[in-house]
Design a protein around this ligand. Structure first.
Ligand SMILES: [Zn+2]
Length: 349
């Protein structure tokens, strides 16, 4: 099969399209012909070695993907059939450890992580444990489905499960043009909250307003604090959807009302920040960590997308061979929504 193979940590030129042996499913695994692989910002960090997640090289990147079942184990008796369209669960929990038993499978340390500990989705074929495949409706494209887990799954976990978003709350959604930012705008709106969206360009903010944001902040030239004060009549926001880090994290924290909260899942803009502890506790603000999403949440957002209540936002689709260009677009923050690699069906062998 063809696959984007990483042989060393590095820049865009470390991504090369190669002919590699087809994966061989082991016990309990299905073979899936990948139709689309959504590019995740973590893929970039894994590529350049900054992710704090060591890879076994050579490696095939790709956390997110959708495709069609090519083969199933001889003894398989579940709901899937050959030819069915499926979502590949990005981080399949073990199901038996204390965290899994407590319903916190997203924090499982013994799980199967596609594109990190296992082969990823930047390839024509992938072997996946059958338990890690979710059947998908046919009414949307594979590219749209490939984005659902990393965007709506993550945003749902952050805003609903961790952030407890409520109707009429003011929610600050940072970097609204990113995959998860554009998803957070929809999830917060669906919950009945009002969104103040931030981004670094006027074009992205105009798009965010078209998609439902009540107010916007261009953080390349406007102050988050001043704009939030103006929009909320001095009160501050109830909840911050944060995944930027650095100064944006600091400014957003200061924009939260007394008793409000921030949920964070990313820090590309700076992993270490100055924190005024006195301000934090006197105002009883909460900073809440959020990691990935659970399988139940993914199942839920798949149903919501299938029902038309959430709508995947795709910036562009590129052929698998242009993985490096996809990484460049993400790194340059040019996209509004997800960048997806579309994979042609491999010839049957
Ligand atoms: Zn577990």
């Amino acid at each position: 099969m063809k696959a984007i193979t990483l042989r060393r940590y590095g820049g865009l030129d470390a991504l090369t399209l190669e002919e590699v042996p087809d994966p061989t499913p082991t016990e309990g695994e299905a073979l899936v012909a990948i139709e689309a692989a959504a590019v995740n910002h973590l893929d970039l960090d894994l590529r350049d070695g900054s992710s704090r997640l060591p890879l076994e090289l050579p490696h095939i990147l790709g956390l997110e993907g959708a495709g069609r079942v090519r083969s199933l184990p001889d003894d398989y008796d579940g709901p899937l059939g050959v030819g069915d369209r499926v979502l590949i669960i990005e981080d399949l929990p073990c199901g038996t450890c204390a965290r899994c038993r407590a319903g916190r499978g997203n924090l499982c340390e013994q799980g199967e992580w596609t594109g990190v500990g296992r082969q990823g989705t930047y390839a024509e074929l992938i072997a996946v444990p059958c338990a890690g495949l979710l059947p998908l409706p046919e009414q949307r494209s594979a590219a749209e489905w490939a984005t659902v887990q990393g965007t709506f799954g993550t945003a749902w976990h952050m805003l609903v499960s961790r952030g407890n978003v409520r109707p009429d709350e003011w929610v600050l959604v940072n970097a609204v043009g990113s995959g998860i930012g554009s998803a957070a705008l929809q999830v917060a709106s669906l919950a009945g909250a009002k969104v103040i969206a931030t981004a670094g360009s006027a074009a992205k903010l105009e798009r965010a307003r078209e998609l439902g944001a009540s107010a916007t902040v261009d953080y390349s030239r406007e102050s988050i604090g001043e704009m939030v004060t103006e929009v909320t009549a001095g009160a501050g926001v109830d909840l911050v959807f944060e995944h930027v880090g650095g100064q944006v994290f600091v400014d957003s924290l200061a924009a939260i009302r007394v008793g409000g909260r921030m949920v964070t899942c990313g820090a590309h803009g700076g992993e270490q920040v100055d924190l005024d502890v006195i301000e934090l506790f006197r105002a009883e603000r909460q900073i809440i960590g959020s990691m990935s999403t659970t399988v139940d949440e993914v199942r839920h957002v798949v149903a919501m997308v299938g029902a038309g209540r959430l709508d995947p936002v795709i910036d562009r689709e590129l052929p698998l061979a242009e993985a490096a260009e996809a990484h460049r677009i993400l790194a340059d923050r040019q996209a509004y929504g997800k960048v997806v690699l579309v994979v042609d069906a491999p010839s049957k062998t």
